[in-house]
Design a protein around this ligand. Structure first.
Ligand SMILES: Nc1ncnc2c1ncn2[C@@H]1O[C@H](COP(=O)(O)OP(=O)(O)OP(=O)(O)O)[C@@H](O)[C@H]1O
Ligand SMILES: [Mg+2]
Length: 391
């Protein structure tokens, strides 16, 4: 095909597409521009270059609130919305996502008090890295967040970054894995060299995909290359910035990778007190009574924050949509039936025992003790009935 002859059409397509540019599009147009240049089609290549530069300029002008960084000791250039992000050479798929500080939540997920204190300590270290360095002490520059699914690990990593006023460079290990031999290791190197160049927090999420790959006997050579690339890059990153790794299954992670992180933080499943605060948070804007919330928090023993959120959403729907439930207990039984997989068998049994037995349980159990009046509100029976049946 004679490219020059049809170039006006090609250029028009590029111009229209660049009205809402994505990283993959920019990458492909840049590839075309380079191919034209190498093919000696200089005017066409220059014309595409001009279109690309115009698109970059207009995205640079996109408004973004600047949040001052509080981690002054970190080196590197400032990441901008217009910064070109690394992409897989074969597919053009983006390898990282950037989340700027003004998009990061300032709310710490709900955790037990001692855990919050430990996290505040990590933030303090990072904020005061310069003072520590003067004393010859290096602040913790890498940590691994480990814990069951839905416990708030990713949210915690974003909060930590937000506390430092730095953007997150989010790299999912599975996005870096390529079906092309050798490309995964090259992708890892690309991601690290990008993160090392800019002032940012590198978040390596879903480390578990490494383990999935290990189950496949065809991948033995490739997984070795990937682990080696990770080890090498983690070692080199030590002085360049903060890295947070996230995994659900620490045991499946190569021990050499695991050891590279100077802090290993276990994000726990919430205890009763924490479940109560999480349930209260997600009960809003409805005003669900404290005894009801306590009952819910007790029933959800063993659930993650994300599961508590889902349960509360379902419960709120049940509370506001007709037909009205005859009592909070009846509403809870309906929702528990729909979420039976979330409740442990003993606690499901508690909920579905006879009303008399349940009233006795509400008055005295391992989690809380309700007054006569609160128990009567949950089961919608008179106080005298509750008193008689729970003697
Ligand atoms: N401790 C918590 N406090 C408040 N909300 C929470 C908590 N844990 C989880 N959530 C809710 O669940 C959502 C999912 O949490 P998040 O993605 O951070 O969990 P995760 O541990 O990274 O899960 P996964 O292992 O599946 O990636 C959060 O956006 C939040 O709404
Ligand atoms: Mg996560």
């Amino acid at each position: 095909m004679n490219v020059s002859k049809h170039f006006t059409i090609i250029s028009a397509i590029c111009r229209v597409a660049l009205a809402s540019p994505s990283e993959a599009l920019l990458f492909q147009i840049e590839r075309l521009q380079k191919a034209l240049e190498e093919g000696g089609l200089t005017p066409e290549s220059k014309s595409l270059r001009a279109l690309l530069m115009k698109a970059e300029r207009s995205s640079e002008m996109a408004p973004r609130k600047l949040v001052p960084s509080r981690a002054r000791s970190l080196p590197g250039e400032v990441l901008l919305p217009s910064t070109h992000l690394p992409a897989d050479k074969e597919t053009g798929a983006r390898l990282v996502e950037v989340i700027f500080p003004d998009q990061l939540s300032t709310e710490l997920p709900i955790f037990p008090d001692e855990f919050v204190r430990a996290m505040t300590q990590v933030v303090n270290e990072w904020r005061n890295g310069e003072e520590l360095s003067k004393l010859g002490i290096l602040p913790t520059s890498s940590c691994l967040l480990v814990g069951p699914p839905g416990t708030g690990k990713t949210s915690l990593a974003y909060w930590l970054a937000g506390q430092l006023g730095l953007p997150v460079v989010l790299a999912r290990i599975d996005a870096m894995m390529s079906s092309f031999l050798g490309t995964s290791a090259r992708n890892i190197a690309q991601v690290f060299s990008f993160a090392n160049r800019f002032r940012c927090i590198l978040v390596l999420d879903e480390f578990d995909s490494l383990a999935k790959m290990r189950d496949d006997p065809n991948e033995v050579g490739e997984i070795k290359r990937v682990v080696n690339a990770l080890l090498q890059n983690l070692d080199n990153r030590k002085d360049s910035g903060v890295t947070i790794g996230i995994t659900n299954h620490p045991k499946l992670l190569d021990t050499a990778v695991w050891r590279r992180f100077s802090a290993q933080i276990e994000v726990p499943l919430p205890d009763f007190k924490t479940r109560l605060v999480i349930a209260k948070l997600y009960s809003q804007p409805l005003e669900i009574s404290e005894p009801e919330l306590k009952f819910i928090a007790a029933l959800l023993d063993g659930c993650s924050g994300a599961e508590i959120e889902d349960f509360l959403i379902a419960y709120k729907k049940r509370c506001v949509l007709p037909p009205a439930a005859p009592s909070p207990l009846a509403a809870l039984r309906d929702i528990a039936t729909l979420n039976s997989g979330r409740l442990s068998s003993p606690l499901r049994a508690v909920l579905f025992q006879s009303d008399t037995e349940l009233m006795g349980w509400l008055r005295h159990n391992d989690y809380f003790e309700l007054s006569l009046s609160d128990t009567s509100k949950i089961v919608r029976k008179g106080k005298s009935t509750v008193s008689r049946k729970t003697k």
